[in-house]
Design a protein around this ligand. Structure first.
Ligand SMILES: [Zn+2]
Length: 306
């Protein structure tokens, strides 16, 4: 054996490894997501197990739902902590809220808790005559994220001033005036929605949300079974026997035990045994009927050849 083990050269080994990785997951490369991003590059995130090898962000709603369900089972069976599960649920609820804010920036709720820094932010805004509590919730939330980005995570006074002087007034203008009271539960036509909008806040931990994801999964309809009684899909069916028929067939069996017993043993299922005895019964009742005769010979032939 050479320095490459059982491989001819390094290229051979790399080719083998790539093919092995593909076939291990049904032809799907699970080493990276590979979705095209807006920047024109390929997404390098780790794919989730669900779906066709994309990451959680790119896998689509069905795979994401399956991913959540697997996570829920992991939580219920103790494989992941309650804290981790709550964090994931909060992330999902925050994503939903952000999506809804695109349509209605006045929808109450928030996705970030600044903690102690909230007071500092409020003081800074008060000095400029801005009251966070009267801002559209979507804008206030965006403002808190910008504050964290430009004042806490890293210091960028110029970026923060741009936020206050240009971006904040623009966002408030685009959000439009606060709708009339109770408007959270009003649609654009002014008619009340059948379900009032419920929102997520860091305090409530997503207990009150508008998502159907919080409903338990519905059980699937049972699989349709083909065949009648014997669970042999796609084979000729044998009708189940009534008690009376069974009695008469067993009497027939005892009467012709010498011939039938070896064939009986060769039968692979209850259905085959029933078919064997029925064929014999019908043949004895009408030995000249070619259909009955053929059926009996076929059943007997199966028994003898096995
Ligand atoms: Zn991706």
């Amino acid at each position: 054996m050479g320095i490459f083990g059982q491989f001819q050269d390094e290229q051979h080994r790399a080719r083998f490894a790539a093919r092995a990785r593909e076939t291990a997951f049904g032809g799907i490369d699970r080493s990276m997501c590979g979705a095209r991003t807006r920047g024109g590059t390929l997404c390098r995130a780790v794919p989730i197990l669900e779906g066709k090898g994309r990451c959680l962000r790119h896998a689509g709603p069905h795979a994401a739902r399956a991913y959540r369900e697997r996570q829920r089972q992991q939580f219920l069976s103790g494989k992941i902590s309650a804290e981790e599960w709550n964090r994931a649920e909060a992330r999902r609820a925050a994503n939903r809220l952000t999506l809804r804010w695109q349509k209605d920036p006045w929808l109450p709720g928030r996705t970030i808790d600044l903690g102690d820094a909230e007071d500092a932010l409020r003081a800074m805004l008060r000095a400029r005559g801005v009251n966070v509590d009267v801002l559209p919730p979507a804008v206030a939330d965006w403002l808190r994220w910008r504050y964290r980005r430009t004042q806490i995570d890293r210091q960028s006074e110029s970026a923060w001033l741009r936020v206050l002087n240009d971006q904040l007034p623009e966002r408030v203008r685009r959000a439009g005036p606060r709708p009339a009271s109770g408007a959270e539960s009003q649609s654009e036509t002014g008619l009340p929605l059948s379900r009032p909008a419920r929102t997520w806040t860091p305090d409530a931990h997503g207990a009150e949300t508008f998502s159907k994801r919080h409903n338990p999964d519905q059980p699937r309809a049972p699989k349709v079974r083909r065949g009648k009684g014997y669970l042999r899909p796609g084979r000729p069916r044998t009708q189940a026997a009534s008690d009376d028929e069974l009695d008469s067939l067993m009497a027939l069996y005892r009467e012709h035990r010498a011939i039938v017993a070896p064939m009986w043993k060769a039968c692979r299922s209850e259905g085959d045994r029933l078919a064997l005895l029925r064929a014999l019964r019908d043949y004895l009742a009408a030995p000249d009927d070619p259909a009955y005769r053929d059926r009996w010979f076929a059943a007997a032939g199966r028994g003898m050849s096995a």
